[in-house]
Design a protein around this ligand. Structure first.
Ligand code: FAD
Ligand code: A2P
Length: 378
């Protein structure tokens, strides 16, 4: 039986060094709140001040179902567990909620192609959501395709749990990649054609106002069974919903959710500098080796067995026997990120099924029917 024990743990916080430098050097204390040398939450850039030392008091709850020494962070308000259905479209494009940017942090290293930012938004508890849902963002300005009308809404997967990165149910985090347009002739970036919303988000500053809609989406909701197996396939920012799932499973002390199943993350990015939330994921590997697996495909740094780019589907192929067995026992499989990954993944899974003497089309329709198959690609 789970018994809750409470302990006060004091966290030391150093604020204010450059996030990309931290990443490049592998130093992960600055700009993050750390506990047992793990980075937990980003520090709002608004609080930037060199070498400031603060002491935060977090109430950390550990329960008897957890392994010794692995304390989790208590969250509030626990009423966020009560609803039977997820919140949906509380705010619509005609009447969006105006929230405030708390922090914007570049989370990739200098050798990553492109820029990805972790953005924390303060919604004051007014736009609640569940893990796996998305927010809509309405960038300011006119829609260039329809002058005289406002910009249209863009969807972003939520990268935090319902309690947010500060564990109080008042914030939402997004993982946003700047959409950049390259001139096909010169191969050079064309600043006049950069993506509107992603650039607005990555350029925003603490205190800026932001119009949000939602939350939306039911496909990627985390099934309630705490013993389930979850196979998560992500490319790039597609890791966002999985970060939320994994924080709920391994970081937060939610009295009504004690994860005892298996979570297996496959992440495809360009190179080690492009890895997203890698420190967090590695800490789960260390602390919950029986419940978490983490495999990376570094497309521009590793080769697949045919000498081509190492993509997530190549990693899936490597572990296909285990994956197929887990699916046969009811595992959920999720895909999030690049639309372009799906054809390659389907081809790989079909080939593996044929090698096993199975019919992939029948298997796929069964997985869909059983609600084991979850896809959110863009
Ligand atoms: P837009 O302004 O809409 O431009 C789109 C593309 O066209 C860009 O690549 C831009 O460079 C290019 N372009 C612009 N002008 C021109 C031109 N004149 N000629 C040619 N090309 C041009 N994105 C994330 O980063 N993180 C997420 O977690 C995420 N989650 C999503 C979840 C869902 C369910 C969906 C549907 C999408 C998600 N997206 C996510 C994608 C996101 O919604 C946006 O589509 C993305 O950020 C690009 O929007 P933008 O306004 O920056 O680009
Ligand atoms: P690459 O760009 O080397 O072709 P990010 O958005 O951070 O760049 O990550 C996306 C990752 O997905 C990259 O490693 C990218 O590789 C990879 N990728 C691109 N196209 C596909 C595809 N069709 N299938 C699987 N992975 C892909």
């Amino acid at each position: 039986m789970a018994q809750a024990l409470s302990a006060q743990v004091s966290l030391s916080v150093r604020i204010g060094s450059d996030a990309s430098t931290n990443r490049a050097t592998g130093f992960k204390e600055c700009n993050n709140i750390c506990f047992n040398n793990k980075s937990w939450i980003s520090t709002p850039l608004g609080l930037k001040a060199k070498n400031v030392q603060l002491k935060y008091q977090f109430k950390v709850q550990s329960t008897s179902v957890q392994q010794a020494g692995k304390s989790k962070v208590s969250v509030t308000p626990l009423e966020l567990e009560n609803a039977k259905e997820p919140p949906l479209n509380l705010y619509k494009p005609k009447e969006p909620y105006t929230a405030t940017i708390l922090s914007v942090e570049r989370i990739v290293g200098p050798k990553a192609p492109g820029e990805t930012c972790h953005i924390v938004i303060d919604h004051g508890g007014n736009v609640p959501y569940w893990e796996g849902q998305s927010y809509g963002i309405i960038p300011p300005g006119e829609n260039p395709k329809k002058p005289g009308t406002p910009n249209t809404v863009r969807l972003y997967s939520i990268a935090s749990t319902r309690y947010g990165d500060s564990f109080d149910g008042k914030t939402t985090s997004l993982c946003v990649r700047r959409a950049v347009y390259y001139d096909p002739e010169t191969g050079k970036e064309d600043p006049s054609k950069q993506g509107i919303c992603s650039n607005f988000l990555c350029d925003s500053k603490p205190g800026d106002k932001i119009k949000i809609t939602g939350p939306s989406g039911k496909i990627m909701l985390l099934p309630e069974d705490p013993k389930a197996t979850h196979i998560m396939i992500a490319t790039g920012t597609g890791v966002a919903p999985f970060r939320g799932y994994l924080r709920r499973m391994f970081m937060e002390a939610v009295p009504t959710y004690h994860f005892g199943g298996l979570a297996w993350l496959f992440l495809g990015v360009a190179n080690t500098d492009s890895l997203l939330y890698d420190d967090e994921f590695n800490s789960y590997l260390r602390d919950y080796p029986d419940n978490f697996r983490y495999d990376k495909a570094l497309s521009r740094q590793e080769k697949n067995k045919s000498g081509g780019k190492m993509y997530v589907q190549d990693k899936i192929e490597e572990y296909s026997d285990e994956i197929f067995k887990l699916l046969d026992s009811g595992a959920h499989i999720y895909f999030c990120g690049l639309k372009g990954m799906m054809p390659g993944i389907q081809t790989t899974l079909k080939r593996v099924a044929e090698e096993r003497g199975e019919n992939w089309d029948e298997k796929l329709s069964q997985l869909k029917k059983n609600k084991q198959w979850h896809v959110e690609v863009y």
